[in-house]
Design a protein around this ligand. Structure first.
Ligand code: PLP
Length: 295
């Protein structure tokens, strides 16, 4: 969807305690060129981002997204973002997202221009695609080898595996491969046989009535939607938990979902050759919750 709004942020130190950061923001024309050709975000994908869902003008789970932005910055040795500054930028962007229906706010923090004085940062707002069909009819997924073992994130932190970096070319290639194999989406698995996440979503499976997601042990993102949904499911009396899930455990599941900030909960209809029945009532109630204002 076309961008409706873009705001350039002049990042300040995380200890800057001023109450109003308006002086550090500059609204720009979202359709006009804005980045320097020396930008490392474009040359090397060297930066981090967040996508926040917006419902009727309300940005969902802003705090969880800001905390993950800070976590990604730490992994990537980027200066710690000033969360209050970013929160104010999100509030301004939300005023330019659709005030009825769904939208998306993106936060981008790049290493900046090579040898430049500071990181580059900006926020955008746009309408979101209509995800009704995928929430109701679900997605067929295939497992794809991520090419590393379950212990790799700990032994090779320079792979930045737990950070939401701008380098999503691999994730997009996995989606293309999934489509080549006749599926809608993919689930990454480690080369030693453990379940990770989808290229743009977290995986939740239901096993013996318990909702389980792969533990965010450094190799995957800790999904803000999964976190929020687990607290909702717990308040409804369901049991939830994190686990190191071998791929064989997928056969013990009787339902599964891909969840993320904009698509919300998409029921899985098949993983490879294992077919899942869609729990339409539960999925609809999950999406009603995810579409309600959440902080
Ligand atoms: N995992 C990956 C790789 C993602 O890109 C995303 C979202 O884009 C998620 C998980 C889900 O995160 P969230 O629920 O915060 O959108």
């Amino acid at each position: 969807m076309a961008l409706r709004f873009a705001l350039v942020i002049e990042p300040v130190g995380s200890d800057d305690s001023r109450s109003d950061f308006a002086d550090t923001f500059r609204t720009i024309d979202p359709s006009a060129p804005a980045l320097s050709v020396g930008e490392l975000s474009t040359q090397r994908g060297d930066g981090i981002f967040e996508s926040i869902g917006v419902v009727d003008g309300h940005p969902q789970e802003t705090q969880a997204h800001l905390e993950r932005l800070a976590h990604s910055a730490e992994i990537c040795d980027l200066p710690a973002p000033n969360l209050e500054q970013w929160r104010q930028a999100v509030t301004i962007a939300a005023g330019h997202a659709p005030q009825q229906g769904e939208g998306v706010i993106k936060l981008i923090l790049s290493r900046g221009v090579e040898h430049g004085p500071a990181p580059t940062a900006w926020v955008t707002a746009a309408g979101a695609a209509d995800n009704t069909a995928v929430r109701e009819q679900g997605v067929r997924v295939v497992t794809l080898d991520r090419g590393y073992g379950i212990d790799t994130p700990a032994s090779a932190p320079w792979l930045l595996l737990g950070a939401k970096t701008l380098s999503y070319a691999v994730n997009m290639a996995a989606l293309r491969e999934a489509r080549r194999r006749g599926a809608d989406d993919a689930i990454f698995v480690t080369s030693d046989g453990f379940v990770l996440e989808a290229p743009t979503a977290s995986l939740i499976v239901r096993i013996d009535g318990r909702f389980v997601t792969p533990a965010p042990n450094g190799g995957i993102l800790h999904g803000t939607t999964q976190l929020s949904l687990f607290s909702h499911l717990e308040s409804e009396g369901f049991e939830t938990g994190y686990a190191t899930l071998p791929t064989t455990a997928l056969r013990d599941a009787d339902a599964a979902w891909l969840v993320s900030s904009v698509r919300l909960a998409a029921p899985i209809t098949a993983i490879d050759d294992v077919v899942f029945r869609v729990d339409a009532g539960l999925t609809a109630s999950m999406n009603r919750y995810l579409l309600s204002p959440r902080d």
